[in-house]
Design a protein. Sequence first.
Length: 345
Amino acid sequence: MLQSANVREKTEECLSPNPQDGGVIRPPPLTSPDSQEEASTMVASSTHSSRLKYMSLGVLVLQTTSLVLTMRYSRTLKEDGPRYLASSAVVSAEVLKILTCTLLVLSENNFSLRAMNQLLKEEIVNKPVETMKLAVPAGIYTLQNNLLYVALSNLDAATYQVTYQLKILTTALFSVSMLGRKLGIYQWLSLLFLMAGVTLVQWPTESEGDTEQKVLSAGSQFVGVMAVLMACVSSGFAGVYFEKILKETKQSVWVRNIQLGLFGFVFGILGMVIYDGQRVRDLGMFQGYNTITCTVVVLQALGGLVIAVVIKYADNILKGFATSLSIIVSTLISYFLLQDFNPTG
Ligand code: C5P
């Protein structure tokens, strides 16, 4: 019993990605040749972690692509009656995320309600300082989630996706300054190429419609780009802050997500009351909801869960590059299916 506790402890120690080391999970050093069993347990866990890392990165690519396209489609769909409130969708996604994480914590505790309640009380109520730390990323993510709706109401899916990749740069800068991570010359170079790509995408073209249309679309394009730029800074900071909390403590990622979600829910409700209070009073919080809206909410909640796993088992920079892959997929779908993207030279 003592030995297995030891093994678990050592395994966790070895498998915890080291921020100083670029967050890389390395196999444990085999210092005692006589503990073969111990070593093979560690290697099995390491393989498991590595599998989780790549699986979660793959799911993230799919989730990001589907979220962007569905969100864009839902914000541009012309329908009778009111359009759904983005602030309400943000709150619904938080609720769904909290419920799912609670179920996951329940399953981690062998479906014992008592054990789960005790754990949540211990970790959330009895450690107010630890819990309060999550208010920072929660507040920033709520702002960011609202900004992204503004962006996607004003930009096409492909332009939005490419511009939002600037978050890789902000994430790298925050990882270097807050986690002490070191980046190689190729990594910095690829960040520069990314920025050049973003600039080219934003380059004004001459072939747009009549002048009035041009002024209108330039205005909304500006709003959209500003919203994405703010979201890039918020994404980089909140992601790295959350990574720091996850990797510096041993608490379950689902408990952390519940803490994050609780604050996200409170901030989300505040945002909804401030921006859409009158509309909610007139037609209710769920006005304009349809199947597409529910799909957006589910995809956004799923994103929160996958991102937490990715940050835990990989890191924010890898996460950024994984989501960039979804640009290619979004661009193709935006061009061929939605037909709202006309690539220029
Ligand atoms: O674009 P970016 O990767 O910064 O988006 C992060 C998204 O994931 C935000 O919508 C945020 O609310 C969500 N998230 C979450 N739970 C986490 C981490 C992020 O819901 N633990």
